[in-house]
Design a protein around this ligand. Structure first.
Ligand SMILES: [Fe+2]
Length: 234
């Protein structure tokens, strides 16, 4: 299975604090049945440039890979990406393609935590049609409350955007019903742990996989896995 959203790279954002922590997060994830982790450190246009982000990400990845090679047991493969926080001029950003998941034209997009606007949907539309980039909408579960009275999630899906949900929404007793409904009706195509550490926001997809398998069947998990593999070309 693929974890499509993670802050596994060390000392880069509010995720893993060290290479040792990253190794432990990777090891746990492998035990949970994850063979590929998409590393999606935060990118904020207010705080960074694309080139600086890419070089920081490379340094962090290289430091981790040095430890991974010496680890002596199987760990998930890491695919590099970014969790890009929305801004209005997204499409005007030179080199925006560098923020896409490696070797793809898919970009993990984090929307504002507020009711979306038609302007935001317009920006996503430009991303699709002008830049040729397909957004993967990060943790849709965090926005459902804000979008109750509009059709923007459907509008964005109509543009071809792919929807990612966090494991915690499936794992939570009170949110599970809503989560499974969104998986069953095809709104959600990808899962992510959005793991940041080993305690408060730890890898957690093992529980999500069990719940989906129990309530929707293995075929549903296979479909989610196949969608991720098609996007990554693996
Ligand atoms: Fe995240």
């Amino acid at each position: 299975m693929i974890d499509f959203h993670s802050h596994i790279l060390p000392k880069l954002d509010d995720g893993s604090k060290s290479t040792d922590m990253s190794l432990e997060m990777l090891s746990k994830s492998f035990d949970y049945g994850i063979d590929v982790m998409v590393a999606t450190p935060h990118f904020y246009i207010k705080h960074n440039t694309v080139d600086n982000f890419i070089s920081q990400r490379s340094a962090s990845y290289n430091a981790l890979m040095g430890k991974v090679k010496a680890y002596g047991a199987d760990l998930p493969d890491i695919v590099l990406g970014a969790e890009v926080y929305y801004f209005d001029s997204l499409c005007a950003l030179p080199d925006i393609e560098k923020l896409c998941i490696t070797d793809t034209k898919y970009l993990l997009l984090e929307m504002p935590f507020a009711p979306w606007t038609s302007k935001m949907v317009g920006t996503v539309e430009k991303l699709v049609y002008d830049c040729g980039i397909t957004p993967v909408m990060a943790h849709i579960d965090r926005y459902l409350e804000f979008q109750k009275h509009n059709s923007y999630i459907d509008d964005i899906m109509g543009l071809g955007a792919v929807i990612q949900m966090n494991g915690e929404y499936i794992n939570g007793f009170f949110t599970r019903g809503s989560a499974l409904k969104l998986i069953k009706n095809g709104t959600v195509s990808l899962l992510g742990s959005d793991c940041h550490n080993l305690d408060t926001r730890a890898p957690n997809l093992d529980k999500s996989f069990r719940i989906i398998r129990d309530k929707c069947g293995q075929k549903t998990l296979d479909k989610i896995d196949a969608c991720g593999r098609e996007i990554l070309g693996i």
